[in-house]
Design a protein around this ligand. Structure first.
Ligand SMILES: [Zn+2]
Length: 410
């Protein structure tokens, strides 16, 4: 009997809560008073809708901003208004199909006071012509929502993500973060992942992804993890132990040796006796000096060619390749995996060379570059002083990743 009473009591309490809830949702009569007192004006790009009437339209093909403005203000004023700084508003850059809005003051004259041009989902410009003429550019407020996506690779990562309605940008981001550890073009069926990231929203519509915060990737029966962490004022990615995700290149393929000729768009070729580009950096050393792979990767060429002599080319990842020319002897085979610092051959003067040296060539996205001018992203580990904070952050991120099921139906 006592038990029943308590149970009944609970029911009543729950009942009351439920009633309150329904009433709030339905907007009950007794709440109306309160609402009237706290009426919050609705704004449209900063214009109070109780004070202004908004006329919506779209830029037509071949339409000029001056044509749009002419019914509202005279031509001299338009000229003045459109001569504002181009980074605030560039009248020539308006695009057909983009929305614009004319703002009228709600008075007997229905006076037009401004034009709002929506440049894209995020950015807009307002041309004010009520009293003084001026333009100002602004951006809508972006809301960041944390999301977790998970999937199993069936064909490729981008397909797996698009099945969940997620963008290509997320797979590009993940590939960049794991550039030195996972080849995203060689994923296996059965590889799986979870990723925690921010999605950016403007007015409840997604405008793309924001920061990737944590990734768990199971690839070739091994676990890979990456966590975002801010250090020295910038966000970088680290593994679970706090090591950097990207490996730096060795500054030179020789332990000792001097640079004898720099990368140059135009130099006098010592053998060919004519000006031509030197898309490499020469390091001179005695014949037989070991040449080191400047980064981890796979040997994609190891052979003799008339000008290059004996040479080796290494693919480090989808972005970077390096090449080493004029070797006296090659020590690796095509297809072989090499680690940074591995000896891949020895200095010589085979091919088109005046004396023993290694010509070191560097490719970024298929184009040759001067590696000495390239600012390679640092791969510093988490600093000792930050390790405690990092570990705490990792724990939080892992908990969020593990809660992925809560986000089922993404
Ligand atoms: Zn050279």
């Amino acid at each position: 009997m006592k038990k029943n009473l308590i149970f009944l009591g609970l029911l009543v309490v729950t009942g009351v809560v439920a009633v309150h809830y329904t009433q709030i949702v339905d907007g009950p009569v007794y709440l109306a008073e309160v609402e009237e007192e706290t009426v919050t004006p609705e704004y449209f790009f900063g214009f109070d809708k109780t004070q202004f009437r908004i006329q919506h339209d779209t830029i037509q093909k071949g339409q000029y901003m001056s044509d749009i403005l002419l019914p509202f203000i005279d031509y001299t004023k338009i000229q003045q208004l459109l001569s504002c700084k181009k980074d605030v508003f560039d009248a020539r850059s308006i695009r057909a199909g983009r929305p614009y809005h004319i703002v009228h003051r709600k008075d007997s004259a229905d006076k037009p006071v401004a034009l709002i041009y929506e440049k894209d989902a995020l950015n807009f410009a307002i041309l004010h012509f009520a009293d003084s003429l001026y333009a100002h550019a602004d951006a809508k407020e972006v809301e960041y929502r944390e999301r977790v996506a998970e999937g199993e690779i069936k064909s490729c990562l981008s397909n797996t993500l698009s099945e969940q309605g997620l963008s290509q940008a997320l797979s590009v981001n993940m590939a960049e973060i794991f550039a030195w550890t996972i080849d995203f073009y060689k994923l296996n069926e059965g590889d799986h992942f979870k990723v925690l990231f921010d999605e950016r929203y403007v007015e409840n519509e997604s405008i793309g992804i924001g920061e990737v915060k944590a990734i768990y990737f199971f690839h070739k029966k091994k676990e890979y993890k990456a966590f975002a962490f801010e250090q020295n004022g910038k966000v970088d990615y680290f593994d679970e132990k706090g090591a950097g995700m990207r490996k730096a290149f060795l500054k030179s393929p020789l332990k000792f040796g001097r640079m004898s000729s720099a990368y140059s768009g135009r130099r006098f070729h010592p053998v060919q006796k004519r000006f031509k580009a030197h898309k490499g950096t020469d390091y001179a050393a005695a014949t037989g000096t070991p040449i080191l792979a400047t980064g981890d990767g796979q040997v994609i060429e190891a052979r003799f060619k008339s000008n290059n002599g004996n040479y080796v080319k290494i693919r480090h990842n989808r972005t970077y390749d390096t090449q080493y020319l004029h070797m006296s002897k090659i020590k690796v085979k095509n297809g072989q995996q090499v680690k940074q610092g591995d000896v891949i051959g020895y200095v010589g003067s085979t091919g088109l060379a005046t004396g023993p040296h290694v010509c070191y060539r560097f490719w970024k996205n298929g184009a040759q570059i001067d590696h000495r001018k390239e600012d390679f992203p640092s791969s510093d580990p988490v600093l000792k002083a930050n390790m405690a904070a990092y570990n705490t952050s990792v724990k939080q991120l892992e908990t969020k990743l593990e809660s992925a099921k809560l986000y089922a139906g993404l």
